[in-house]
Design a protein. Structure first.
Length: 260
């Protein structure tokens, strides 16, 4: 995976200055793909941008205005991550409805360096962070270790820390001959989130056919399958193979039942 495969997604951003600063942080570290989910200011695709918000964004972005102008806007996080093979939510909060463990920025960059792209880092709203429903759409979570007395970082500062670690891990390294050699080239194309959801649903359908779900919990297990499959970086062929295995097991069980 390389820097071009890495997306920065801001969920419900509300401060124009932060958006501009995020653009600058990204360009400093070779990142260029920014997506905004339900921004609380007009996106760059709007025909009329309030002058005050636009001025603040451009002033903070400095020479990274092009990242703002090319940013993609989405109504929901589901749409923004649909084409991603791995989705990592940045949050300092843990809990029963959130992920059980979390990576540091350095660990996140290392994980992405060994994973085929594309992948997304998702940052929440400046005041409330990522909501539980948004965390459920992520395959992993990450956090920035900080002092207990004041652990909450400014949005653009948090993006800068991750951008730096990503640059250190994913940036092309000089070959010594005037060119570059990609440090971690992807060797296969993994399933995106839309196909991972379909695979997880297919597996749970087969389990349901086998009578596996006697108690509530199927939805949680589908999320579990999706996250595990995502971290494995399954290809389309591998995903189909897994789906076929479970489907065949269900058919064989049905035949045995009918034979009995």
């Amino acid at each position: 995976m390389n820097l071009e495969d890495t997306l920065i997604i801001l969920a419900r951003p509300s401060e124009p200055g932060n958006i501009g600063a995020v653009c600058r942080a990204m360009k400093n570290m070779g990142l260029s793909r920014l997506r905004l989910v339900a921004p609380q200011i007009p996106g760059p695709d709007k025909p009329v941008l309030p002058l005050s918000a636009g001025e603040v964004i451009r002033a903070r972005a400095v020479h990274a205005v092009d990242i703002w102008e090319k940013a993609e806007c989405f109504a929901a996080l589901e749409e923004a991550v649909a084409d991603c093979a791995l989705v990592i939510g940045v949050t300092r909060r843990m809990g029963s409805r959130r992920k059980a463990w979390s990576l540091t920025p350095a660990e996140t960059a290392s994980r992405l360096g060994n994973h085929p792209g594309p992948a997304a880092l998702v940052f929440g709203n400046e005041r409330t962070g990522l909501e539980d429903r948004e965390i459920r759409l992520c395959n992993l979570t990450s956090h920035i270790p900080a002092a207990d007395a004041f652990p909450s970082l400014n949005l653009s500062h948090a993006v800068q820390i991750y951008a730096y670690e990503l640059f250190r891990t994913l940036a092309p390294v000089p070959t010594g001959l005037g060119g570059t050699a990609d440090k971690a080239p992807g060797r296969w194309v993994p399933l995106d989130q839309a196909n991972l959801e379909a695979l997880s649903h297919s597996v749970s359908n087969s389990l349901a056919f086998l009578g596996f779900y006697k108690q509530p919990g199927r939805e949680d297990q589908e999320h579990f399958f999706r996250d595990v499959f995502s971290r494995a970086g399954l290809t389309q062929r591998e995903g189909q193979y897994i789906s076929d295995i479970f489907a065949k097991a269900a058919r064989l069980a049905k035949k045995k039942t009918e034979g009995d």
